[in-house]
Design a protein around this ligand. Structure first.
Ligand SMILES: NC(=O)C1=CN([C@@H]2O[C@H](COP(=O)(O)OP(=O)(O)OC[C@H]3O[C@@H](n4cnc5c(N)ncnc54)[C@H](O)[C@@H]3O)[C@@H](O)[C@H]2O)[C@@H](O)CC1
Ligand SMILES: [K+]
Length: 517
């Protein structure tokens, strides 16, 4: 699991080392790791370190010092290293170390025109961004801002430029703790972050600017809970409940699905198909006969009925997808939410939510639905506000409803009422299509049903019991995103084909977790 800690948490964790006079040792470990990543990238790109041109951008703080010491190490390996000093002050010792190793430092005055130096950087093999780290107060400004703008103009945007940009600790210009980019940012191809990821590397535009994330363990220990977490493959693999020889169809998990209506029958087909592909014992479908007939065409194993929730024994429920203008589906949604079982509440069923529920109720709104949900509780928010600060509003919604909230988007944000926050960025943009959310809710519903009676699930996931449903939702987002990536490899994603990609994704995940022979 990637666990991000705020800038102040990192400083607190670092304090005992500084008090013990080990600040320089930490810095050298950071520089060593940063240089190692640069060497690896140069090797991968077929360029090699010896003779490579490297430009170190250095600000006034320790972030600049890390970058300069990394530059020293690269110079000792035969790289031609130029440091561009973008502040009045610089960590002099690290600059001298670079110069002793054969590198050159160039100080940029506040009124200098940076174009020539920016062009030199654009032509380099690697640019190391040591302008701002966790001490950043606001975005890039002054000469650093002008330099980054001139560099971007000369080099072109990421993906087209020839110089690889490696961010030291974090890309300069992102909000350390919220990932917000209000001005200019130096988007990186890779980020080498020290001690722990910072929240801004997992959230919003900051995550997009970070490129490939490398986390360097400095042996820090944290007393606080992480601000944001992202599940990795192994976390999802550990969570998935594998069938044993003692299992039967009821013990593997039964998901009740009240989805679809005369107007939107397809949502039921998609949700049921995705749930079955995720691997459970049974799906009980509740809804109009005509919709059930369609569900059966695609998923003959689903057990269908037109009855109420009380007559359909299940371990979890999924309610809402496509269930519009249908009083019986509305009643089933309300009953499922009141059943005490884990329940995924999507789309139309969000209107059936009582004032307060528990974390076992997993809401899956998009930004528009979340805006409505908050407004219904007296909290007026524009959809655009939610889109620009998804973590903040998902947490707010979890707090006021008591539910687990999965906010859909390119990055999926999951908030637990305890304040725990998960972000998953596993999706393909090709997944932005009608019906995609129905498949996501089917996956989350199936995971919930298979884990509902599993007392060890939270331990396996490494979270507190109260946060289990948030992990389940985040795991669903990872599986859904991966299935989308698989599907997109064949061309534009057709959502009704997505269930066929879910099985192989789960097979891959479980393979990864299998002990080595
Ligand atoms: N905390 C840790 O455990 C470790 C931290 N290390 C490094 O130290 C960094 C933090 O160092 P610092 O605290 O010196 O912070 P920074 O290196 O981020 O720089 C802070 C300084 O930059 C200036 N500044 C702040 N905002 C600015 C802005 N918007 N525009 C221009 N200048 C601005 C201020 O003068 C401030 O003193 C980390 O990011 C990391 O790279 C590493 O050396 C290893 C260990
Ligand atoms: K930086």
């Amino acid at each position: 699991m990637l666990e991000a800690f705020s800038g102040s948490d990192v400083r607190a964790a670092e304090a005992p080392f500084l008090d013990a006079g080990q600040g320089d040792a930490l810095m050298q470990r950071a520089a060593h790791a940063l240089a190692g990543v640069v060497v690896g990238l140069l090797r991968e790109s077929g360029r090699g370190t010896y003779g490579a041109t490297v430009v170190v951008l250095a600000g006034s703080g320790n972030n600049g010092a890390d970058a300069l010491y990394a530059g020293e190490r690269l110079a000792r390996r035969g790289a031609s290293v130029t440091a561009v000093i973008l502040a009045d002050r610089v960590h002099e010792e690290s600059l001298r170390a670079l110069e002793r190793a054969g590198g050159t430092g160039i100080r940029v005055d506040d009124d200098a025109a940076p174009e020539d130096l920016a062009e030199h950087a654009a032509a380099a093999d690697v640019v190391i961004d040591g302008i701002l780290g966790i001490g950043a107060d606001g975005g890039l400004r002054g000469r650093a801002l002008r330099f980054v703008q001139a560099f971007t103009a000369a080099a072109g945007p990421r993906g087209t430029r020839s110089a690889l940009v490696v961010a030291c600790d974090l890309p300069s210009g992102i909000g350390v703790d919220d990932g917000r980019v209000t001005g200019t940012v130096l988007a990186a191809d890779a980020t080498v972050t020290f001690g722990a990821p910072k929240p801004g590397l997992l959230l919003g535009d900051g995550a997009a600017a970070a490129g490939e994330l490398n986390v360097v363990d400095l042996g820090l220990s944290f007393s606080s809970r992480p601000s944001v977490r992202s599940l990795l493959d192994a976390d999802v693999a550990a969570l998935i409940r594998r069938p044993t020889t003692q299992d039967h169809k009821y013990s593997r998990g039964v998901l009740g699905v009240a989805a679809g209506s005369a107007r939107y029958p397809g949502a039921a087909v998609l949700a049921v198909g995705a749930a079955l592909a995720t691997g459970i014992g049974m799906v009980r479908y509740l809804g109009p006969e005509a919709v059930a007939a369609l569900v059966h065409q695609r998923s003959p194993e689903a057990v269908a009925s037109t009855g109420p929730v009380s007559g359909a024994r299940s371990q979890a429920w999924l309610v809402g997808p496509g269930a519009v203008d249908d009083d019986e589906q509305r009643q089933r949604a309300a009953d499922a939410i009141g059943s005490g079982l884990p329940v995924v509440v999507d789309a139309e069923a969000l209107t059936q939510l009582p004032e307060r529920v528990g974390s076992h109720v997993i809401l899956t709104p998009h930004a528009g639905e979340l805006s409505w949900l908050l407004a219904a509780r007296g909290l007026e928010t524009e959809r655009a506000d939610i889109e620009s600060e998804p973590a903040r509003y998902a947490l707010l919604a979890a707090e006021v409803t008591g539910a687990t909230v999965l906010l859909k988007g390119f990055a999926t944000t999951v908030a637990a009422p305890s304040g725990a926050l998960f972000v998953q960025r596993d999706a393909s943009p090709w997944l932005a299509a009608a019906g995609s959310g129905d498949t996501l809710s089917g996956i989350v519903g199936a995971l919930a049903a298979s884990l509902a009676e599993d007392d060890r699930a939270a331990d396996r996931a490494g979270v507190a019991r109260e946060d289990l449903w948030a992990v389940v939702a985040a795991a669903g987002a990872l599986i859904h995103g991966r299935a989308g990536l698989r599907a997109a490899a064949r061309g534009p994603v057709v959502v009704s084909d997505l269930p066929a990609d879910i099985g192989p994704v789960i097979a891959d995940l479980l393979e990864e977790c299998r002990p080595a022979m």
